[in-house]
Design a protein around this ligand. Structure first.
Ligand code: BG6
Length: 488
C-alpha cells in the first residue's frame, strides 16, 4: 500500500547508536524509504552522545546499519538517498542546553514530530521532561519501547510522569508482536470471514495454545535478562497481547479505541491467580547446559552477566482462563522460553471432536479439527480437517487447507517495525498498547511475579535444546491434551 507522500515528518531517534536502532529501527525506516512509503520531505534525526557530528554518525550508520538493511539485498541508490535524509544531534541527557540545541536543529524541519525513545526505561521520564522544558512536547508523538517498567508500580510511575507531559493520544507504546503480518491476518481471518465466528467460542473450541519459542539463549543481554526473566520479557506483553487478539470480541470498527477497548476487556477478564493456583497453572523453568542445533551450549547460570545462583526463569508455561460467556472453561495454554528446541511462534486452536463419530474409530484416532496460525518462521495458516484415505474402507487421515502467504501474495511481507513506524508517522494508534491495557496485564502477572520472588522452590531445570521442563507437558496432560509438537 502506498501512503500519501506529502505528509512531512521529523523522526527523532534517541538511542540513535544503540542496538535496537542498528538492528531494527533504522533498517525498517530504510525499507519504508526504499519502497516509497516515506514522505519526500521526511527527516530522520539520530540523537546520541557517542558521535561528534553528522559525518561521523552517517559513517556509523553506513558501517553498522547497512548489513541489517541489506538483509534482502541492498539498493545502493536508495541507500544513498536514505542517508541524505539523516541528520544528527549530539546530545548529553544531563545537559539542558543540549535540548535547546535539539530544538534549534529541528525547528526548520517540516511536518509532525516523532520522538522515538530507543533507550532504557529509566531515561523515559528525564527525556520527556527535558523535551517539555524546551516546548518540544507540544503536538509531538512519543514512542516508548518495552520494557515499560518492572512491575505495576514502576510502570504506573512512568506512565504518570509521561502522562503529565504527553496526552494518551500522543503516546505510542510499542509491542512489536502486534506489527507482525500474521497477527494482522488473524484479525482479517476472524473478522473478515463469516466462517470462523460461529465456531470461535467455548461450544466448539476445546483449548488454545500460544507458543513463542526461541532457540537462542540470552546472548549479550545476560545482565538485563537476569533482572527481568521471561514473565516480564515475553508474557506480560507479547503473549498477553496475542491472547487478547485471539480472544477479543469483534470490534465495532478497526479504529484504535474500538480494537483496544475489546482487547482490554479480555485482559480484565483473565481469571486472577492466587498463590495456590500459581503452583498448579504456572511452570517456570531455567535452562541447563545442553545441545542446540548440534552445538554444546552452556547453562543459563554460567552465561555472562547472570548470577551463578540465579533463580530467574528462562521458560514459562501457563494455563490461563478467561471469565466471560465466550470462553468460560476453555484453557488457554501460553508458553515461551529461551534455548528451546526450535524457533517458532504459533497459535493453535483445537476444536472439539465431533459429538458422534458415524465413521467409526479410525475417525477418532485420525485427530480433530485444528487451526494453526504460524507467526514465524514461514508465516502460514493451516486448517486441519479429516479426509478419507484413498482405497479400501473408510480410513481417515488428517490433512490441511493451507494459506501460505507467499504463494497468494506476490508482494513481500512487511517487517513488524516498518509497519509500526509508519503507523506512528501516520498517527494510527490501533497497534500500540494503551495505558489501561498495560496496567491490566501487569495486574494479572503481578501475583505470579510475587510468588516466584518469594517461594523457596527453584525454577524447574530443562536441558538447552529441549522443549522445556517436563512439568509443562504434564500440565497439559492433566487436561487430556499436549503441545502441538508432542502430537503423534
Ligand atoms: C523481545 C524480547 O521483546 O522479543 C527478546 O525482549 C526476544 O528477549 C524478542 O528475543 C523476540 O522477538 P522476535 O520478533 O524475534 O520473536
Amino acid at each position: 500500500m502506498q501512503f500519501p507522500t506529502d505528509s512531512g515528518f521529523t523522526f527523532v531517534l534517541f538511542g540513535g547508536t544503540g542496538d535496537l536502532s542498528m538492528r531494527k529501527i533504522l533498517p525498517a525506516l530504510y525499507e519504508a524509504h526504499r519502497s516509497g512509503m516515506l514522505a519526500e520531505s521526511g527527516k530522520i534525526v539520530g540523537v546520541a552522545r557517542q558521535e561528534e557530528n553528522r559525518a561521523q554518525y552517517i559513517d556509523w550508520v553506513d558501517t553498522h546499519v547497512k548489513p541489517y538493511a541489506a538483509k534482502n539485498g541492498l539498493d545502493e541508490a536508495a541507500w544513498t538517498s536514505f542517508l541524505a535524509r539523516i541528520d544528527y544531534v549530539k546530545l548529553d541527557l544531563s545537559r539542558a542546553e543540549d535540548f535547546a540545541t535539539l530544538r534549534e536543529a529541528i525547528a526548520p524541519l517540516p511536518g509532525i514530530r516523532v520522538f522515538y525513545l530507543a533507550t532504557g526505561p529509566s531515561l523515559f521520564v528525564p527525556i520527556c521532561q527535558a523535551l517539555a522544558s524546551v516546548g518540544l512536547n507540544s503536538g509531538a508523538r512519543i514512542v516508548l519501547e518495552k520494557p515499560l517498567g518492572y512491575d505495576l508500580k514502576s510502570s504506573n510511575a512512568i506512565n504518570d510522569a509521561v502522562g503529565e507531559i504527553f496526552a494518551e493520544e500522543q503516546i505510542y507504546r510499542i509491542d512489536h508482536y502486534l506489527g507482525k503480518e500474521p497477527v494482522q491476518n488473524l484479525l482479517a481471518l476472524r473478522f473478515g470471514n463469516a466462517l470462523f465466528e460461529p465456531l470461535w467460542r467455548r461450544e466448539w473450541v476445546e483449548s488454545i495454545q500460544i507458543t513463542i519459542a526461541e532457540e537462542l539463549g540470552v546472548e549479550a543481554r545476560g545482565n538485563f535478562y537476569d533482572n527481568t526473566g521471561a514473565l516480564r520479557d515475553m508474557v506480560q506483553n507479547h503473549l498477553l497481547q496475542l491472547l487478547s487478539i485471539v480472544a477479543m470480541e469483534p470490534p465495532h470498527s478497526m479504529d484504535s479505541d474500538s480494537v483496544r477497548d475489546e482487547k482490554l476487556r479480555v485482559l480484565r477478564a483473565l481469571k486472577p491467580l492466587d498463590a495456590d493456583d500459581i503452583n498448579k497453572v504456572a511452570v517456570r523453568g531455567q535452562y541447563h547446559a545442553g545441545v542446540s542445533r548440534g552445538q554444546a551450549v552452556p547453562a543459563y547460570a554460567t552465561e555472562p552477566g547472570v548470577k551463578p545462583d540465579s533463580r530467574t526463569e528462562t521458560f514459562v508455561a501457563l494455563k490461563v482462563e478467561i471469565e466471560n460467556w465466550r470462553w468460560a472453561g476453555v484453557p488457554f495454554f501460553l508458553r515461551t522460553g529461551k534455548r528451546l528446541a526450535d524457533r517458532v511462534a504459533e497459535i493453535v486452536v483445537n476444536f472439539r471432536p465431533v459429538p458422534h463419530s458415524a465413521l467409526g474409530p479410525s475417525a477418532l484416532r485420525a485427530g480433530k479439527n485444528r487451526l494453526v496460525i504460524r507467526l514465524q518462521p514461514n508465516e502460514t495458516i493451516r486448517l486441519y480437517c479429516l479426509a478419507k484415505q484413498p482405497g479400501e474402507g473408510m480410513n481417515l487421515a488428517s490433512v490441511y487447507l493451507d494459506l501460505a502467504f507467499d504463494r497468494f501474495f506476490r508482494e513481500g511481507q512487511m517487517e513488524a517495525y516498518q509497519r509500526l513506524l509508519l503507523d506512528v508517522i501516520h498517527g494510527r494508534l490501533a497497534l500500540f498498547v494503551r495505558r489501561d491495557e498495560q496496567e491490566a496485564a501487569w495486574k494479572w502477572v503481578e501475583p505470579i511475579l510475587n510468588e516466584w520472588a518469594t517461594t523457596p522452590r527453584q525454577p524447574k531445570p530443562y536441558a538447552a535444546g529441549s522443549w522445556g521442563p517436563a512439568a509443562s507437558s504434564a500440565m497439559l496432560a492433566q487436561h487430556g491434551t499436549c503441545w502441538l509438537e508432542e502430537e503423534n
